[in-house]
Design a protein around this ligand. Structure first.
Ligand SMILES: O=C(O)c1cc(=O)[nH]c(=O)n1[C@@H]1O[C@H](COP(=O)(O)O)[C@@H](O)[C@H]1O
Length: 285
């Protein structure tokens, strides 16, 4: 398969740099007149796909909201991954997995292996057991044309206590993560000749000047930058434009509640998503 980075670059240039989060919060299910059960999740997620499938670069189902409903909810997640793929929109499974290498191999099998029912086009992963522990996921992503988004500078206020900390050499944790991702992408791009690698970072649109202050060279990563925090967490076009500097062309802005609040109307959801994609595109140009 064509590498994820190249597929995402094509999708962003066709549809604009927006990922719509599929986060079926109990409160949203209620607001949409749906039950807080597996069938409610199913109708919620398939409505989002009907509205935005084939019209935005990516969707990002958040695994936690499906896991809340046990095996029946996970079965719905599998259905959503397959349905997303059928629309041609890239599917980022947001499960933020991370573990010791041998266990990470099992996560890689679950989320990044051809034929696995939970394998979308990319997976969010956590590097806090050490970036090297993610090696099985990096290898699987490269082998199958899938992608990773590695948490680097997250959108939540608790993130800086860990991510801004500096090691004995004075290098910030987030910078170490970015440098490791850059190494993985350099190897891929040397082999493929592509422009955007498949190992991306998560950098919240809410992080202000953190990358600049910490000396994180986001453009040097040469991978996609997933930017959650747009909409409900308060970031908008101005924040997107300010946070990413020279790395703006690599940014995939992500919004969940900011778009989902426009449901359950398919037309309303579509309009909200297309507006958000247009705003993100203008801000990141
Ligand atoms: O990896 C993520 O997507 C993520 C990383 C991060 O730093 N912050 C963050 O909010 N997210 C996810 O992005 C979504 C944000 O949802 P909204 O605040 O409703 O747009 C949730 O699914 C979060 O789990």
């Amino acid at each position: 398969m064509t590498p994820f980075g190249a597929r995402l670059a094509a999708a962003m240039s066709a549809h604009g740099p927006l990922c719509v989060g599929i986060d079926p919060h109990a409160a949203l299910l209620d607001a949409w007149g749906l039950p807080d059960d597996a069938e409610g999740l199913r109708r919620f997620a398939l409505t989002v796909l009907e509205a935005v499938g084939g019209r935005v670069a990516a969707v990002k189902p958040q695994s936690a909201f499906f896991e809340r409903h046990g095996a029946a909810g996970v079965a719905v997640l599998e259905e959503v991954v397959a349905a997303g793929r059928d629309t041609g929109t890239l599917v980022v499974v947001d499960a933020k997995r991370g573990d010791i290498g041998s266990t990470m191999g099992a996560y890689a099998d679950a989320y990044l292996r051809d034929g696995s029912p939970l394998a979308g086009d990319a997976l969010t992963v956590s590097p806090y057991l050490g970036f090297g522990s993610l090696a099985p996921a990096v290898e699987a992503a490269h082998a199958t044309g899938r992608g990773l988004f590695v948490l680097a500078l997250t959108s939540n206020p608790e993130g800086p206590a860990v991510q801004h900390a500096r090691d004995a050499e004075g290098v910030a944790v987030a910078d170490r993560v970015a440098r490791e991702a850059a190494v993985a992408n350099a190897a891929e791009l040397a082999a493929t000749g592509g422009a955007l690698g498949s190992v991306g970072l998560v950098v919240g649109a809410t992080v202000g000047d953190a990358a600049e202050r910490l000396g994180v060279d986001l453009a040097a990563v040469r991978g996609p930058l997933l930017a959650p925090g747009v909409g409900a967490q308060g970031a908008g076009p101005a924040e997107l434009a300010a946070v990413f500097g020279a790395a703006r062309p690599a940014v995939l802005a992500s919004s969940s509640r900011g778009v989902l609040a426009a449901g359950p109307s398919v037309a309303g959801l579509r309009e909200a998503a297309l507006r958000a994609a247009g705003e993100a595109g203008a801000a990141l140009r």
